[in-house]
Design a protein around this ligand. Structure first.
Ligand SMILES: Cc1cc2nc3c(=O)[nH]c(=O)nc-3n(C[C@H](O)[C@H](O)[C@H](O)COP(=O)(O)OP(=O)(O)OC[C@H]3O[C@@H](n4cnc5c(N)ncnc54)[C@H](O)[C@@H]3O)c2cc1C
Length: 456
């Protein structure tokens, strides 16, 4: 593109989060020069950003470090500029709201399909919501009603995720899991789960007797168990960094501290108000705001009344093993309870054991873990690990499930809404993206792309 076709634009805010190479904040060694940014501008950014000396020495031509306060003037193609009426509004093909694992996966797909894409994230870093407050389990796709979005996207997402992690060097382990029946009457529950697995085309689940289960996990107490070898664990932050790197390599832009506060349908697309004073126009807007998805949809005018579902919050608390090695090498799940999968044992990639999440229905977002819940944890865990020592647990962290059903109601499916539901062309809302949203993220991205008929 000839230089005369470019204008000078000001970008406020940074695209830098945690470095892929060194893990430090404030260094963007993992970022690549976006396709719209020429080399001179790129190296200017390098000079202006706060780049640690040790880092710029390593690969200065590939580093962009912009603190969120940095204002950078770059030259961008003139087609970014539209002038509806008297005001100049930046226009892009696609805006993704929210940089959790789902928003990043969706944005990566859009940018890879050659749409000019911007991710708007309210927080100062990526993945600070539910995406960093979960069990990091790659679910096999066993439990969900056959034909539901959860069943289909978990099964597909699982395969896409294993493939992505192995190609992109994201740490994961296919450690397998045991779902255990600790009493005779839970046998029926296991049989129902085994049938659900077959219906969902998860063919590798096998039935184990007590002796067979204990041969795998000697400290386990149970009557029967199901073994799911295709369940695994993943480094969720590493996954998000890799998705972000792909996205930026495809030319995508990430704007942190950029909360969407309003929007309406204009003649040239959807106009979004970002913060208090910035407007952005896009042909496609994808609302991946997690726990805030309903609130974001609520400030986007023009949607059919009644199309935004109510939100219910179900907190999941975790306790972690205080000391000593965890005696299990597989994940251990009791039979599921209402609104959750039971107080299960998961492992992180260093082998540390954590228990949870339990289910606590709440009114407001609050991530504090109440130490008084410990008693309930000891009792639940000792049903399958009787040798759990006293004082072995300490409060860990909590995540919050964005539920679409109230306590006591049957589980709801993921809700991915296009214009046929809410009436705004180009807008997609993702509601109720609770578990298995991490596993399903790459499949959700494919689903959104096909809903919008974005050419491959
Ligand atoms: C306790 C718990 C355990 C779980 N365990 C698992 C598991 O083991 N395996 C699995 O597959 N899934 C699991 N999940 C589900 C999984 O974590 C989520 O489905 C997934 O992380 C959702 O990602 P997201 O991108 O939709 O939401 P989020 O990660 O919450 O991202 C939403 C982003 O939107 C941003 N945002 C909000 N409002 C605005 C705004 N106005 N403007 C701009 N940005 C905004 C937020 O800051 C946030 O960064 C678990 C969930 C919970 C709660």
């Amino acid at each position: 593109m000839p230089y005369s076709n470019w204008q000078t634009r000001t970008i406020r805010g940074g695209i830098c989060t945690k470095c892929m190479a060194c893990g430090r904040s404030g260094c963007c060694y993992g970022a690549r020069r976006p396709s719209w940014c020429d080399r001179t501008t790129w190296s200017t950014a390098v000079r202006w950003g706060r780049i640690p000396a040790w880092c710029s020495r390593r690969r200065s031509n590939e580093i962009l470090t912009l603190s969120t306060e940095t204002v950078l003037h770059v030259r961008v193609p003139l087609r970014w500029r539209v002038d509806p009426g008297s005001r100049v509004v930046d226009t892009v093909d696609c805006v993704v709201i929210g940089a959790g694992v789902v928003g990043l996966a969706v944005a990566r797909r859009m940018a890879q399909r050659r749409l000019e894409t911007i991710v708007l994230e309210a927080a100062a870093e990526i993945g600070s919501g539910t995406s960093s407050r979960n069990s990091e389990v790659i679910h096999a796709g066993i439990y969900y009603p056959a034909g539901s979005l959860k069943a289909r996207l978990c099964r597909l997402g699982r395969d896409l995720l294993y493939d992505f992690c192995s190609h992109r060097g994201v740490e994961y382990r296919r450690c397998g899991k045991l779902i255990v029946a600790t009493s005779e009457h839970q046998r029926v529950d296991l049989e129902r789960i085994a049938a659900a697995a077959r219906a969902n085309d998860v063919a590798d689940v096998t039935w184990l007797t007590r002796a067979e289960a204990r041969a795998l996990e000697p400290e386990l107490e149970c009557r029967f168990a199901l073994h799911s070898p295709s369940t695994g664990i993943v480094d969720s932050h590493g996954l998000m960094i890799a998705l972000l790197a792909d996205y930026q390599n495809a030319g995508g832009v990430l704007a942190l501290r950029s909360a969407v506060s309003g929007g309406f349908r204009g003649p040239g697309g959807i106009r979004l108000l970002v913060g208090n004073d910035t407007e952005l126009q896009a042909r496609i807007v994808i609302n991946c705001a997690g726990l805030q998805a309903q609130a974001v949809a609520g400030v986007l005018d023009g949607q059919a009344s009644g199309s935004i579902p109510p939100l219910y919050l179900a907190k999941g608390n975790y306790y972690v093993l205080l000391r000593g090695k965890c005696p299990f090498s597989r994940l251990i799940y009791p039979t599921p309870e209402a609104a959750g999968l039971g107080t299960h044992l998961t492992l992180d990639l260093s082998g540390r054991g954590r228990f949870g999440p339990d289910v606590e229905w709440i009114e407001h977002i609050d991530y504090a873990v109440d130490p008084r819940r410990a008693e309930h944890f000891y009792a639940a865990i000792r049903t399958y690990w009787p040798a759990l020592p006293d004082h072995a647990l300490e409060p860990g962290y909590a995540g919050i499930r964005p539920k679409l059903q109230a306590a006591g109601r049957p589980p709801a499916d993921f809700l991915v809404q296009g214009s046929e539901i809410h009436g705004v062309p180009g807008l997609v809302n993702l509601f109720g993206i609770e578990s298995p949203g991490l596993t399903a993220a790459l499949a959700l991205a494919e689903h959104v792309a096909s809903l919008l008929r974005v050419p491959a």
